[in-house]
Write a protein that binds this ligand. Structure first.
Ligand code: AMP
Length: 283
């Protein structure tokens, strides 16, 4: 596996791959890798001839300096895991490689409120930071396919907008959420859960599954949501939001229409750790 820190070295290597007509798959991450990330890498390895994984904890998407500082960093173990699955290239840029002195993003995106709702309401500026870093990484890697997890459902919707509005010639591949056996969605943040919070956290997916079953059985969304909200209040869980939304604009759904697709999205504090999860409402 090649490990690059400098964009120039990455660029030189990938130019050679492109000259040889090899398709490039790209998996952007913030490291502290787990089986969810590796599933994205494996999907890329199946479909593309060269797989690039970036590890970059992007400061501009953290609205809370303490959260940025506490974000887990395990680069040595990450590189072992990437080499273990057969990833071809790991890109671990320092901050000044992504944001050189004087660099300014010229992105002009119209999210029409998509970046302000749900996560955006609780993490102001988060999606502007995500769009900025992913656009920059796409510029540097210029992949054929971009692999993203459905775990970060709103991020996926925002990045679909980024790609469609910038016209970057990249195909987005959405990968389903990988979970622990007890249903907890894998997340780099899980390693910070205290034992009581770890025991309580699988209830988040339990509530989402129950809500889905009730909605598919024809119960009214408002009633289902109220019951779900109560279910997420078992200490040390504290829900921040819980919404039934359409999968495109992530606007709250009134009455569900058969021809539309919906998801239930939530953010819940488990002790000191903020977790997000979602479930799609397909039968
Ligand atoms: P992160 O390192 O948290 O920024 O995540 C990097 C990529 O991995 C994003 O596209 C995430 O949506 C995806 N990802 C994170 N957790 C999971 C999971 N449990 N299952 C599938 N994909 C995931």
């Amino acid at each position: 596996m090649y490990v690059f820190q400098r964009a120039e070295d990455l660029h030189r290597y990938l130019s050679g791959e492109r000259t040889n007509n090899r398709s490039i798959g790209f998996v952007p991450t913030m490291g502290a890798l787990h089986e969810g990330h590796l599933t994205l890498i494996r999907r890329s390895l199946e479909q593309d001839q060269t797989t690039v994984c970036s590890i970059f904890v992007n400061p501009t998407q953290f609205n809370d300096a303490a959260d940025l500082e506490k974000y887990p960093r395990t680069p040595g173990k990450d590189l072992e895991m990437l080499a273990g699955v057969g990833c071809h290239v790991a890109f671990l840029p320092p901050v000044d490689e992504i944001y050189p002195a004087g660099w300014r993003s010229d992105l002009q995106l119209q999210f029409d409120g998509l970046d302000q709702r749900l996560e955006g309401a609780f993490r102001p500026g988060h999606f502007a930071g995500v769009a900025e870093v992913v656009d920059r990484l796409l510029e540097l890697v210029d992949p054929h396919r971009l692999y993203l997890g459905q775990k970060d459902f709103q991020q996926l919707a925002v990045l679909r907008q980024l790609v469609s509005q910038t016209g970057r010639p990249v195909e987005i591949q959405a990968v389903e959420t990988v979970r622990e056996a007890d249903g907890l969605a894998l997340s780099s943040r899980n390693m910070r859960l205290q034992p009581d919070a770890r025991r309580a956290a699988p209830a988040i997916y339990g509530v989402l599954k129950q809500m889905k079953a009730e909605l598919l059985a024809g119960r009214a969304p408002e009633e289902v949501k109220a019951r779900g909200w109560t279910g997420l209040q078992e200490p040390p869980l504290r829900p921040e939001y819980l919404e039934i939304v359409d999968t495109d604009r992530l606007l709250p759904a009134g009455n569900l229409q058969p021809e539309h697709s919906y998801a239930i999205v939530t953010a819940v504090w488990a002790g000191e750790v903020r977790l997000i999860d979602n479930i799609l409402l397909e039968a």
